[in-house]
Design a protein around this ligand. Structure first.
Ligand code: BT5
Length: 324
């Protein structure tokens, strides 16, 4: 019901009377009043004026379950559920423990143990970023599903470009960078049964409002706030990312490889055409990155001119020109 009330108020640019709300919602005016009171208590900015009614004051962004529910409904029936946490260890860990078979979106305001790949950490300070996991159940082989990371990277890169019109790049395979610094990272985890996927968890972390970074992230990380003056709404961004993701995901599960977006993935790449350093299980190799192929591999040429294919599993890439 809260969701419906918010929707009606958002659509109406002017004050809407309690009577009109009660008519549209089919509930009593007292019930409307109680819901509005609860919404205000939950932090929504709703103004009431006697004789006029209620008005939702736009621009104050609330991250909460109701708002996220509105988003997933507006995107159709892809996601069935939303979970929202003020603080959680990791949205990916929570997603893994969910036992339902429905596509679920999990979002947190803060993560106390945000995870990166290979046991690394993802700094997830309260209200500074987007920390979310998409739990889905694709009918794909595990070998095909590994490329979902690149599908998700493309969705994030597209969404950022759509909204901010800035030159965000994808650092193969799971980083979104701006001028070489990391704005977002993606961690895909799978739960498999023999040769099929039981569930796939796509964790997306984005630095949004951070004013600065400390320690090892000082020269490595960058937030949206640091690169744009455009007013940022996490909810708008989440919606745009999910929208792009759903479109790409549907195409991907049909084609089962990246052929359909190969040009775009290569054009978005921050390393294609560059000299790179690849660190694989502690060993450092120097290559020139040639292209990303339809199976998500990075095709490189080594110092002897021999072509190689890199699978992303355990590899860290650095650009030789100083970009991380
Ligand atoms: C990633 O790992 O980039 C994947 C990050 C995924 C985070 C999301 S948030 C929601 C979901 N729930 C989780 O628990 N995780 C996912 P990787 O490529 O391994 O990069 C990790 C490295 O990035 C660290 O070792 C740091 O060097 C750096 N790093 C950590 N926090 C960062 C931040 N906030 N911004 C930029 N770089 C960061």
């Amino acid at each position: 019901m809260k969701e419906k009330i918010l929707n009606i108020m958002k659509k109406s640019k002017e004050y809407i009377s309690g009577e009109e709300l009660s008519r549209q919602l089919g509930i009593s005016r007292t019930a409307v009043w109680k819901h509005i009171k609860n919404l205000k208590q939950a932090g929504y900015s709703i103004e009431s004026k006697s004789g006029l009614g209620y008005c939702y004051v736009d621009g104050i962004e609330q991250m909460n379950k109701e708002e996220l529910q509105i988003i997933i409904h507006e995107l159709g029936d892809f996601f069935k559920n939303v979970e929202y946490f003020q603080a959680i260890d990791s949205t990916n860990v929570f997603a893994k423990n969910l036992r339902n078979k429905e596509n679920t979106l999990i979002v947190a305001k803060e993560q106390t143990m945000g995870r990166g790949r290979l046991g690394r950490q993802w700094e997830s300070k309260s209200d500074q970023g987007i920390y979310m996991s998409l739990k889905i159940h694709p009918d794909l082989m595990p070998s095909e599903a590994v490329n979902i990371t690149q599908v998700a990277s493309l969705a994030v890169a597209r969404a950022l470009r759509n909204i901010f019109n800035l030159d965000f790049k994808i650092k193969w395979p799971n980083d979104i960078v701006f001028e070489g610094k990391k704005t977002a990272g993606i961690l895909t985890e799978m739960i498999t049964e023999i040769d099929r996927i039981d569930q796939l968890i796509i964790g997306i972390g984005i630095n949004v409002f951070n004013e600065s970074f400390e320690g090892e992230l000082k020269d490595k990380a960058i937030s949206l706030k640091q690169v744009t003056d455009v007013k940022i709404s996490r909810l708008e961004l989440i919606k745009e990312i999910l929208n792009e993701f759903i479109i790409l995901y549907r195409q991907f599960t049909k084609s089962r490889n990246l052929e359909f977006v190969l040009n775009e993935i290569n054009a978005f790449s921050s390393i294609v055409g560059k000299d790179i350093i690849a660190i694989d299980k502690g060993k450092t190799n120097y290559y020139k990155a040639e292209k990303i192929d339809k199976d998500g591999r990075l095709i490189v040429v080594d110092e002897k001119g021999i072509e190689k294919e890199l699978l992303f599993g355990e590899i860290s890439i650095r650009s030789k020109d100083g970009y991380s």
